[in-house]
Design a protein around this ligand. Structure first.
Ligand code: PHE
Ligand code: NA
Length: 447
């Protein structure tokens, strides 16, 4: 039934744009830079790059393949495919865990989306001009200490997400992604050039790319892998859902490579823009989730044309966050739509309001509930850690095991267009390297 009602992507380009819209977001700029800073720099970056190439790429391909074959929402796709290959519907748990993870992630993602909105306004009103690092830091702590303001911004962001998803105009955003993503890259490059003028660019590059291997421990590796999953939107069934719209003629591996390179370049540019500012102003790289909000405004406040560039940057960041957030809400909405009598609008409202409520709990971590802890973490960090370090990798592991070990080998290789040495390489990476990588990181990280 859903096979017929399921339209396909108008073109390969439309699919790439949608996948890029989901992948590129706060994860590349906000989360990547603060994780690098928290985890001590280059060692994290290099492990991260290895995770993206050896684990992220095969899992992205696996998710698209499952989605394209299943032609349905992630849970049903996994059940159908498992049945067809004579396997247990237990694989459906993998799909369900993904939908839950997307739901949990959106709750705190929206809080940061709200910060980005707030900084868009802050740029317009010229709040950052001429401020030094103390002034910028005070603005940010002021925002964090104010639960009402945080709630308003979080609400505004979620309202935008709900509005777009309820109207089902997600596809209309492709055109915007096409123009705004390159604009974001250009702005990042301008910021990197600004970083070069601070006199601390070399220090920043060494911090990001010259590893102190002794800094590597289980925690760093687990964090790097979690970041790889988060930034590529993996382990949530989101890429699976996109795969269900994908025509037979699209090359999964080639497309995965394109999306991954783009996502990675934006993250690296973000780091190269932010760390020179950190060192030039004597800030701490381990500032935490506020890192981009206490560094970038310093650049905008002190460079020629900074007001307009700052406005453009935070607008683009908000837009990138929105396209990712939409993809995070979509799985829950689809599930409710298919499994309950709710209409699309009602399903979106129910899902959106539930996410919003959880987001309120997350934002209280920065003020009234800062002392409250679960497993030693505040609510915000708990949601982030639970999802990115545990749920996503485990779900992604399920997806790759399913494709590499359960589906018919020859048909998978045929679908990926692989033969000879390339086929062998895929077999080794998909069957052994990626799964063992995920499992090893867990074992190592937990000990
Ligand atoms: N990949 C997005 C980012 O980097 C975040 C995201 C995660 C979006 C999971 C969808 C699903 O910001
Ligand atoms: Na990303």
């Amino acid at each position: 039934m859903s096979k017929l009602s399921h339209a396909q992507w108008s073109s390969k380009m439309a699919f790439i744009l949608a996948a890029t819209g989901s992948a590129v977001g706060l994860g590349n700029i906000w989360r990547f830079s603060y994780m690098v800073g928290d985890s001590g720099g280059a060692a994290f970056v290099l492990v991260y790059l290895a995770c993206v190439a050896l684990v992220g790429l095969p899992i992205l391909v696996a998710e698209w393949l499952i989605g394209r074959r299943g032609q349905e929402n992630p849970i049903n796709s996994m059940i159908d495919l498992a049945r067809k290959s004579g396997r247990m519907p237990a694989w459906a748990v993998v799909g369900a865990s993904g939908v839950l993870a997307a739901f949990l992630i959106l709750s705190f993602y929206s809080v940061i989306g709200g910060w980005s909105l707030s900084y868009t306004l802050g740029s317009v009103t010229g709040q950052f001009s001429g401020q030094d690092s103390d002034g910028i830091g005070a603005l940010f702590s002021g925002l964090l200490a104010n639960p009402t303001a945080l709630t308003l911004w979080h609400t505004a962001f979620m309202a935008l997400v709900i509005f777009i998803v309820a109207r089902g105009v997600t596809k209309g955003l492709e055109g915007a992604v096409r123009t705004l993503m390159p604009a974001l890259v250009i702005l990042m490059v301008i910021l990197v050039i600004y970083g070069m003028t601070t006199g601390h660019f070399g220090e920043a590059m060494a911090f990001m790319f010259s590893p102190d291997w002794s800094a590597i421990n289980g925690e760093v590796v687990l964090a790097a892998m979690g970041q790889a999953f988060f930034t590529l939107s993996l382990g949530m069934g989101i890429m699976m859902a996109y795969g269900s719209y994908l025509g037979e003629d699209v090359s999964l591996i080639g497309t995965a490579r394109t999306v991954i390179i783009f996502d990675t370049v934006i993250a690296l540019l973000a780091g190269m823009a932010i760390f020179p500012i950190v060192f030039a102003n004597g800030l701490s790289p381990g500032e935490g989730p506020g890192l981009i909000f206490v560094t970038l405004p310093l650049a905008f406040g002190n460079m020629a044309g900074g007001t307009i560039l700052g406005l453009m940057f935070f607008l683009l960041l908000t837009f990138a966050a929105l396209t990712s957030a939409i993809s995070l809400l979509e799985p829950t909405v689809e599930l409710l739509e298919e499994r309950t009598p709710l209409s699309r609008v009602a399903a979106t409202l129910v899902a959106g309001v539930a996410v919003w409520a959880l987001g309120i709990a997350a934002l209280m971590s920065f003020n009234v509930w800062s002392e409250l802890s679960i497993a030693g973490l505040n609510i915000f960090d708990f949601l982030d850690t639970l999802t990115s370090k545990f749920m996503l990798p485990l779900t992604g592991l399920g997806a790759i095991l399913f494709v590499a070990w359960r589906l018919d080998r020859d048909s998978v290789l045929g679908e990926l267009g692989l033969s000879g040495v390339q086929a062998q390489l895929w077999q080794v990476v998909a069957r052994v390297v990626a799964p063992i990588g995920v499992i090893a990181v867990f074992v190592y990280g937990l000990i």
